[in-house]
Design a protein around this ligand. Structure first.
Ligand SMILES: *[C@@H]1O[C@H](CO)[C@@H](O)[C@H](O)[C@H]1NC(C)=O
Ligand SMILES: *[C@@H]1O[C@H](CO)[C@@H](O)[C@H](O)[C@H]1NC(C)=O
Ligand SMILES: *[C@@H]1O[C@H](CO)[C@@H](O)[C@H](O)[C@H]1NC(C)=O
Ligand SMILES: *[C@@H]1O[C@H](CO)[C@@H](O)[C@H](O)[C@H]1NC(C)=O
Ligand SMILES: *[C@@H]1O[C@H](CO)[C@@H](O)[C@H](O)[C@H]1NC(C)=O
Length: 346
């Protein structure tokens, strides 16, 4: 009996070390145009990371740009998309970084875009960070490389969690209008059952995405460069994996509400520093739509959140764009990419 118990603990320890990061295989395309319910044409070739997570076989789609020119010491940029976007949205920034000698990795997270949409998945920020970390290891990217983690919106919240979990994998951290700079439930957002998020995800379509983004991201403007991303997203809502996508996205909303990073940002540690880029006209706050007016009115004030967050993070440079909303890299790519490169070359 005693022997039995002891070996159970040994087995558990071995398993824990095995599961620290998931091993998987990289599969090269070409793949069908409609991959896991997204038919959008990505700007660079797609590869798949096939791995196992929560005892399910999963596929994470990603792009991997080789640096031109290539440098002696590998410099890597990992670009993390927001909830209403995909890896493809970072295409222009990826090309700019590639031309500066960076190897650029652009993953679609599990539950999004061209990646698997498992029905019974415990969505958590540490889980998505682990998936990303495992992908990097499968690509032979390690702590000895210079790695810049870049995240927009939900991708920024994920980048913060990634850096907290794997500080040795973050030489630089770049956050662009990250969500989660405030703890929404603590601020008074009423907690809703996941089924409520599922109902609102089910109502999402091209018109609702356009109306929301036009107001919150682009101050009433709407041009082809914004429209392309609304069409990319609405095609997933209307696509071949619609039901699984709605379920995943409802769980993602719950993840954002229940797993705040706001109180942890002061523990963020990087090898070189943090760049926080903020379009100060942004008013994004998860749960604001169903909050009472007195709660809603104090949420999502990016004109104050950037400055407040900068004081909490060590080595943090703040760049504010006063005429941009939630997506400064889409609204003014040249200015965004310029600020990014200037900081990276500091
Ligand atoms: C898990 O990964 C981290 C980050 O690379 C490493 O520091 C740690 O030693 C690993 N733990 C185990 C049990 O393998
Ligand atoms: C897991 O992470 C450790 C520490 O960074 C690394 O040495 C190891 O190769 C990784 N394992 C896999 C299977 O990727
Ligand atoms: C991984 O990278 C190291 C150095 O960065 C290199 O020596 C090694 O050959 C690479 N392995 C593979 C499989 O790419
Ligand atoms: C993708 O699907 C949407 C809606 O299902 C359709 O309108 C669009 O033309 C498709 N795009 C491609 C590139 O196949
Ligand atoms: C701040 O940056 C320096 C290098 O410039 C680094 O050594 C230090 O660890 C950083 N501190 C944090 C908390 O990230």
């Amino acid at each position: 009996m005693r022997l039995c118990l002891a070996s159970a603990f040994v087995a558990a320890a071995a398993m824990a070390s095995h599961l620290n990061n998931s091993s998987g295989v990289i599969v090269e395309g070409p793949f069908p145009q409609d991959l896991h319910g997204s038919n959008f044409t990505y700007p660079f070739p797609i590869k798949l990371f096939r791995f196992s997570s929560q005892n399910q076989p999963l596929e994470m789609a990603f792009m991997d740009l080789a640096p031109t020119p290539s440098l002696k010491r590998q410099k890597v940029a990992v670009l993390l998309h927001g909830k209403n976007f995909c890896a493809a949205t970072w295409g222009e920034t990826a090309s700019v970084l590639q031309a500066q000698g960076y190897r650029v990795i652009l993953p679609d997270q599990v539950g999004f875009c061209k990646s698997s949409k498992p029905r019974d998945y415990q969505f958590s920020l540490p889980q998505l960070a682990l998936n990303t970390f495992s992908l990097l290891h499968a690509l032979n990217i390690t702590e000895s490389d210079e790695v810049t983690i870049v995240g927009h919106s939900l991708g920024g919240m994920l980048a913060i969690r990634f850096t907290l979990l794997y500080p040795d994998m973050a030489t630089n951290l770049v956050l662009t209008n990250p969500i989660g700079l405030e703890d929404y439930l603590a601020e008074g957002v009423p907690y809703l059952d996941i089924s409520a998020h599922l109902a609102s995800e089910a109502e999402t379509n091209y018109a609702s995405i356009k109306a929301y983004e036009q107001a919150t991201y682009y101050q009433g403007d709407w041009i082809e460069d914004y429209d392309v991303w609304a069409r990319m997203l609405s095609a997933v809502y209307a696509g071949s994996e619609r039901e699984a996508f709605l379920e995943a996205q409802a769980r993602v909303v719950d993840m954002v509400l229940t797993q705040p990073v706001a109180n942890d940002v002061s523990r963020v540690k990087t090898k070189r520093g943090v760049l926080l880029v903020v379009g100060t006209k942004d008013t994004t706050a998860i749960g604001k739509q169903w909050s009472p007016p007195n709660v809603a009115k104090r949420l999502g004030k990016f004109n104050a959140l950037g400055k407040a967050t900068q004081t909490k993070i060590a080595n943090c440079t703040l760049v504010e764009f006063e005429d941009s909303g939630h997506a400064p890299q889409i609204q003014d790519p040249e200015r965004f990419n310029g600020a990014l490169l200037k900081w990276l070359k500091r």
